[in-house]
Design a protein around this ligand. Structure first.
Ligand code: T4K
Length: 375
């Protein structure tokens, strides 16, 4: 359908001024070091650790290889309990590492794994829990830690959405044995493609370094199985520039979220997830949930909005337990995942990014309200 105004997509990457990029490129050309832990790579690692107030961060070439590096390093076998309400990268990483994903349901408020459902899914074969801080909202980290300790399981967080988030006065990345980050173009902090693993101790972080470098520890030593998960110098340089502007990026995102909050007040058919006590958000996504059970409403809303040039996204649909690679794992799966199925059919994420303007937010909300009036 025709619409005159430019499209508004779910996100738009923040980019540093091109003028600021040139000197960094010049330094790469002068150094001749393009990858394999070059000077920008090392600088970015330590700058990220100090900015995020964490230790043991190791850069990777994307968020997926960060998850795989964590799974490999944790030395797992058998089954990994995980959430179906996530991006394909989480579940596929488990399978690609030769492990079996076992889905447990999520909580309606945090969108993260439900601890009781996790405990019910534990078997003799379980070796780890891979949870996701969906939209940067913290999982029930205390309960998951208790379960992991009780059953001697590794606890890994896919924290791809959680850059800069805090929970109970400390970085959300400091919970669990490992937290993995994505620095993809669509993320709060982007290096075009990129990612990182935050480990709970130096020994594991050192091992991540080996795993993401083919398992090589020296010219004549290859003690581990590994792959190429290294970040290149250009991405690391972009990361340095993005980090200089991270406060501005986060405050602009917060402003956009507040505009939405104002615009959506009183809209009864839609609910906005409530803030979680003790959580400092990075406003990486602005999810809304269609209330009521009417099937297909969310999809009609999305297509109506797209016709108006506004492109929200159904993060996360389809649910990972419903896609062909995983749906036959367990015939009772669908019945065990009522909350995840409901969210997956009713959530949409509205556009949010630092350069989104107030009139654009109004346009998004008008398209949403128009769609809701149609149904
Ligand atoms: N774990 C979780 C929980 C994740 O959400 C992700 C990634 C990962 C792990 C894996 O991390 P990486 O290996 O990717 O580092 C996007 C992203 O590609 C993906 O990184 C992200 N999650 C996911 C939630 O969203 P798509 O398929 O929606 O991307 P795409 O290309 O449709 O982009 C969305 C919108 O962003 C476009 O409509 C326009 C805009 N855009 C996108 C790109 C790539 C731009 O304006 N410029 C760009 O360069 O998956």
């Amino acid at each position: 359908m025709e619409h005159k105004e430019p499209p508004i997509y779910v996100t738009k990457p923040h980019l540093p001024d091109l003028e600021k990029v040139y000197p960094y490129i010049q330094r790469i050309w002068e150094n001749g070091v393009l990858t394999n832990s070059g000077p920008f790579h090392q600088e970015l690692e330590s700058k990220l650790e100090s900015t995020l107030d964490i230790s043991h961060l190791r850069l990777c070439n994307n968020g997926t290889s960060a998850i795989m590096a964590a799974l490999f390093t944790a030395n797992l076998s058998g089954e990994v309990i995980t959430t179906p309400y996530t991006f394909a990268a989480t579940t596929h990483s488990i399978k690609l590492c030769g492990l079996t994903p076992v889905f447990a349901d999520v909580e309606g408020d945090s969108f993260g794994l439900c601890p009781m459902a996790v405990e019910r899914a534990i078997t003799q074969q379980t070796s780890a829990i891979l949870a996701v801080h969906v939209y940067g909202r913290p999982c029930n980290v205390e309960a998951l830690k208790d379960i992991a300790e009780k059953y001697n399981l590794k606890l890994i967080y896919d924290a791809s959405h959680a850059f800069g988030c805090e929970y109970q006065g400390r970085s959300l990345l400091s919970y669990g044995d490992y937290s993995t980050l994505s620095f993809h173009a669509t993320k709060v902090f982007n290096t075009f493609e990129g990612g990182a693993v935050v480990s709970s101790n130096k020994e594991c972080a050192d091992r991540i370094n080996l795993i993401k470098n083919f398992g090589i520890s020296g010219e004549d030593m290859i003690p581990y199985l590994g792959f190429n998960g290294k970040m290149n110098e250009f991405s690391a340089a972009i990361g340095m520039l993005q980090l200089d502007e991270i406060s501005l990026i986060l405050s602009k995102r917060k402003q956009v979220a507040e505009w939405y909050d104002e615009e959506l007040i009183g809209l009864e058919v839609v609910s906005v997830p409530k803030p979680i006590d003790g959580h400092v958000s990075n406003y990486s996504y602005y999810p809304i949930i269609m209330c009521g059970e009417a099937e297909g409403v969310r999809d009609r809303v999305v297509s109506f909005m797209c016709d108006k040039g506004v492109h929200p996204r159904k993060y996360f649909y389809p649910l990972m337990s419903n896609i062909c690679q995983y749906k036959d794992l367990d015939s009772a799966l669908k019945d065990r995942l009522p909350v995840a199925n409901k969210l997956s059919n009713n959530v949409l994420c509205l556009p949010i990014y630092p350069s989104l303007t107030r009139p654009e937010v109004k346009r998004v909300c008008e398209a949403l309200k128009g769609a809701l009036n149609q149904k």
